[in-house]
Design a protein around this ligand. Structure first.
Ligand code: AMP
Length: 211
């Protein structure tokens, strides 16, 4: 049996064509069903539906052989025991620094001001500002980062931006790109050794579909 960990929504939808390429179609729609383990058209493959930030954990401990996770999630998690063989080029967005429209970010950086930065992506933000030799107070949030500069909680946020519509709707502007983000195939290292005959053809099918 091969188990693939996926999160609902964007990643699940964008992964479907790649699964099709390996002959895998889920028998249930996770948006309609409450099932967390989905059978597929391949009797040897099942999908498990987990939170995006839990995908690396399931793969790391071998509860799933494969997973699909954003680079943002991977950089925020401990990736021991994980192999990342393939950029699936889905879920593309950019990790950005954003501020309230009118806030003089460049001036604050120049002055060496100690900024309050709210984010869900604490590791990524810490590394980014350390590279710029900027002192920041990082404030951990779990969602709706856009509110932080509007309420005075923070001077800036670090968040993923896709179309930019969410920033625009909240009168925020992106001032710095930290890195491009896309989703990766992740594989349990031990499973890849022990079940290589089963897993390798599937990885090849995914790689061909990405091309
Ligand atoms: P947008 O308005 O299209 O720029 O999307 C911004 C919001 O959608 C962000 O606050 C994120 O929560 C979410 N988002 C957009 N793209 C992604 C992605 N590839 N992965 C995770 N979250 C995303």
């Amino acid at each position: 049996m091969i188990t693939i960990a996926l999160s609902k929504g964007r990643i699940f939808d964008d992964t479907l064509p790649l699964l099709h390429a390996a002959g895998i179609t889920p028998l249930d729609d996770p948006e309609k069903s409450r099932k967390l383990i989905l059978d597929t058209t391949r009797v040897d493959v099942k999908l498990i539906i987990v939170r995006a930030s839990d995908v690396p954990t399931y793969v790391q401990y071998g509860a799933a052989d494969f997973g699909v996770a954003g680079k943002d999630v991977l950089l925020e998690s401990d990736c021991m025991g994980l192999y990342q063989p393939l950029d699936l080029r889905i879920g593309k967005c950019r990790m950005m620094v954003a501020v309230r429209d009118g806030y003089d970010y460049a001036g604050a950086v120049k002055r060496g001001a100690r900024l309050n930065v709210a984010t869900k992506y604490v590791q990524i933000a810490r590394e980014h500002f350390a590279k710029k030799a900027m002192h920041v107070n990082l404030i951990k949030l779990y969602g709706s980062m856009e509110l932080a500069p509007l309420t005075g909680l923070a001077d800036a946020i670090v968040d993923v931006v896709s179309t930019g519509n969410t920033l625009k709707a909240n009168k925020l502007i992106a001032v710095e790109e930290i890195m491009p983000i896309s989703s990766r195939l992740i594989v349990n290292r031990a499973a890849l050794k022990l079940k290589s005959a089963e897993l390798q053809p599937m990885m090849d099918a995914f790689a061909n579909a990405v091309k």
